[in-house]
Design a protein around this ligand. Structure first.
Ligand SMILES: *Cc1c(COP(=O)(O)O)cnc(C)c1O
Length: 232
């Protein structure tokens, strides 16, 4: 089942790219495996899927230990500063940086292990009160401040769009994040690359791809509904 779902999502991504005149190779699918067992991740690996997203440090670390070391782990959830040290050597990308304090801690942990840690700034484009992330207005000043830390590199932006019935409703959200990334890229800041745009989930990833996503984070569409009572 996971094989079919993965292929279907990949095919939808390809179609969305064609529709919007993009090269499908610009878009990477992150399989969001949070709450799902290692056996399901192994099924996905068999299909060639190597990038996985987790939102809890402990779960990411235990799956990291159990699975092959050629995978890419993406930290997509809210990150507490005191837990950065556990993932500093394991993550390919931290998607959820929304404060200078957190970025500074990531920089300090990177310095300890001699690794420049790639990160994204999480932007709460839709201004939902329940969500983490900086406002669109605060993104540039935050990025300016973080760019002074040599053991992190700012690779781009991430957003979690609202849950909506019709994914078209999120198009303006994705468009706004893309525009913000272009504006920031044009500032040509040291240490700021803006080559990654992480947006789109099961419900709306096709629209996100049409609007310029380079990473889409799909969980339910690959692994099925999550049962939070069953978390490992
Ligand atoms: C859980 C999660 C996803 C995946 O959500 P689905 O709707 O299951 O695809 C994507 N991004 C973040 C940040 C998440 O926490």
């Amino acid at each position: 089942m996971i094989a079919e779902q993965l292929q279907a999502v990949q095919e939808e991504i390809r179609r969305a790219c064609i529709r919007s005149g993009r090269n499908p190779e610009e878009v990477t699918l992150i399989a969001v495996s949070k709450t799902k067992p290692v056996s399901m991740i192994q099924e996905a690996i068999q299909e060639g899927q190597l990038a996985f997203g987790e939102n809890k440090v402990q779960e990411l670390c235990s799956k990291y230990e159990e699975l092959p070391k050629n995978l890419q782990w993406h930290m997509i959830g809210h990150l507490q500063r005191n837990k950065v040290k556990y993932i500093a050597d394991k993550v390919s990308l931290i998607h959820s940086v929304d404060s200078l304090r957190l970025a500074k801690t990531i920089h300090q942990e990177g310095e300890k292990i001699g690794r420049v840690i790639p990160l994204l700034i999480e932007v709460n484009v839709a201004q939902e009160e329940t969500k983490f992330g900086v406002s669109v207005e605060d993104a540039l000043p935050l990025i300016r401040a973080i760019s002074a830390f040599p053991y992190v590199e700012i690779r781009g932006l991430m957003t979690i769009a609202p849950y909506v019935e019709n994914p078209e409703e999120n198009r303006p959200v994705f468009r706004k994040l893309k525009q913000l990334s272009v504006d920031i890229k044009n500032k040509n800041m040291n240490n700021v690359y803006m080559d990654i745009l992480s947006m789109g989930m099961t419900n709306d990833y096709q629209v996100a791809v049409e609007e310029g996503a380079t990473l889409v984070r799909v969980g339910t569409g690959i692994f099925g509904e999550r049962d939070y009572a069953q978390t490992i």
